[in-house]
Design a protein around this ligand. Structure first.
Ligand SMILES: [Zn+2]
Length: 191
């Protein structure tokens, strides 16, 4: 029994590491979200989990975004906004707390099944790319360059991402919300 569990853990670890290192989300099937102003806090967290999430802005902005991307899912807590925007796809989020909102999104769209941390730029909402340390070394603190090997960079704003202390704190917060962030998702620091 223990042996079986060990094998399964090894397989999961191999799969997970592959995803962490190489895998970017499969955008063909991956839900994308349009976040209404009153639940704007979700933008940051969905991007951190690896989902594209647009800030809806004004009602007209929201309509324009939906016209360009009819598959996008509007998240709102306002029935009035739903009536005015008339989205193709939407979810009415009446939950107050971030934890409950994320769990409801998982119930409907399975967002916890395919988490890709650090795959979306938290500022530009586009996929970040793997980058060789030598290319960005001059743009990161020396301490970071000494301790981390794996980096990603936003092709737009050029921000560099790595799994440092800030990311660990965000992951801990997600775990406290009972979101299944893998133990294998450890910082890629040197031993
Ligand atoms: Zn960016």
């Amino acid at each position: 029994m223990l042996f079986n569990r060990t094998i399964i853990a090894c397989i999961l670890r191999a799969l997970y590491n592959e995803k962490l290192m190489n895998g970017l989300p499969n955008n063909e099937t991956r839900p994308e979200f349009l976040i209404d102003t009153m639940v704007r806090g979700l933008v940051r967290w969905l991007r951190f989990l690896g989902y594209k999430a647009w800030d809806a802005g004004t009602l007209n902005d929201a309509k324009t975004i939906i016209q360009k991307n009819p598959k996008i899912i509007l998240l709102t807590c306002s029935k009035s906004h739903l009536e005015q925007i008339q989205p193709t796809r939407y979810m009415l989020l009446l939950e107050d707390h971030l934890e409950n909102q994320l769990h409801k999104l998982n119930y409907e769209f399975g967002i916890f099944r395919d988490i890709h941390l650090l795959s979306i730029c938290s500022f530009c909402n586009i996929e970040v790319k793997s980058v060789d340390k030598s290319e960005i070394e001059k743009n990161i603190p020396e301490r970071v360059a000494e301790n981390y090997e794996i980096f990603r960079q936003c092709p737009e704003c050029k921000r560099v991402y790595w799994q440092g202390g800030h990311i660990i704190r965000l992951k801990d917060k997600l775990r406290r919300m009972n979101i299944p962030i893998s133990d294998f998702d450890s910082p890629n620091s040197k031993p």
